[in-house]
Design a binder for this molecule. Structure first.
Ligand SMILES: [Zn+2]
Length: 264
């Protein structure tokens, strides 16, 4: 612990000069999956699985809110980036790893930890789709953030991780999302997903390959394609910090810190 503190102090000094440069890169990189993957893909897969409209929307919202709420987002302001709390937030929610020096590995047991915690709780009757959605964020990020660690985040790479740039990786991430929702459905509702994966996979392969230059354009493309596939509108993603679900979300942030975080 002591060594870690000394290291963090030195690291903080080294990084403080870089903070503005790094933080300028962060919105590009950490949010690249935001609308297309964390929201639209999650909502579509939850619907294909057979979850209710409300539960699908809550899981997709909590997943996306993890990049939005200041108590869970990776810390994009220069004064946040090097703070131990934000490094720990990145480790718990965006760069899932056992300690702050470890590199992220896709679909690792650490990346699955919060989702599996939510599924086990659901099996005992405590059904909390917000906790599942929050965990799913890190699980999905473990693909786009593989090889990076929580201290530097993704900021050393300037390439936004749009799904179409690495479609095979995104397809693997989508299958892991599907399998986790299948487990959730079984534990929370006693039945596995309604559709079978090969049917869903072909739809997702098309989605993942949609191309656009800008994140908002890509989000619009995904929205209309998901709505076409589902034959109905996808609820608008609420970015409001005073969303009625926000207090329950924040309780879960604290719960994850208390259950899996390191003492700061
Ligand atoms: Zn993230």
């Amino acid at each position: 612990m002591f060594h870690e503190e000394v290291f963090m102090t030195r690291l903080g000094k080294i990084l403080s000069g870089w903070a503005i440069t790094l933080s300028a890169l962060m919105p590009l990189t950490s949010a690249a999956y935001l609308v297309p993957v964390h929201y639209q893909l999650t909502y579509l897969v939850a619907q294909d699985c057979g979850l209710s409209d409300e539960e699908s929307a809550t899981i997709a919202w909590a997943n996306s809110f993890t990049d939005i709420h200041p108590d869970a987002s990776p810390g994009v302001r220069p004064n946040q980036w090097t703070k131990p709390r934000y490094i720990e937030i990145r480790r718990l929610f965006h760069f899932p790893s056992s300690n702050i020096h470890e590199k992220v590995e896709r679909n690792s047991s650490r990346a699955r930890l919060i989702c599996e915690f939510a599924c086990e709780n659901a099996a005992t009757g405590e059904i909390d789709p917000i906790l599942l959605g929050m965990g799913m964020h890190g699980l999905q990020d473990s693909f786009s953030h593989e090889g990076y660690g929580p201290i530097f985040g993704h900021a050393t790479s300037q390439k936004p991780d749009y799904p179409f740039l690495r479609p095979e990786l995104a397809e693997e991430m989508a299958e892991v999302t599907w399998n986790m929702l299948d487990l959730w459905s079984l534990k929370a509702h006693g039945i596995p997903c309604r559709n079978i994966w090969p049917v869903v996979r072909d739809d997702l392969a098309v989605l993942i390959r949609l191309r656009a230059d800008r994140q908002d354009e890509l989000g619009e493309l995904w929205k209309s394609e998901v709505e076409r596939l589902l034959g109905k509108e996808v609820p608008v993603l609420s970015r409001r910090l005073d969303d009625p679900r926000a207090p329950a979300y924040l309780k879960n942030v604290e719960r994850v810190f208390n259950s899996f975080g390191m003492a700061l």
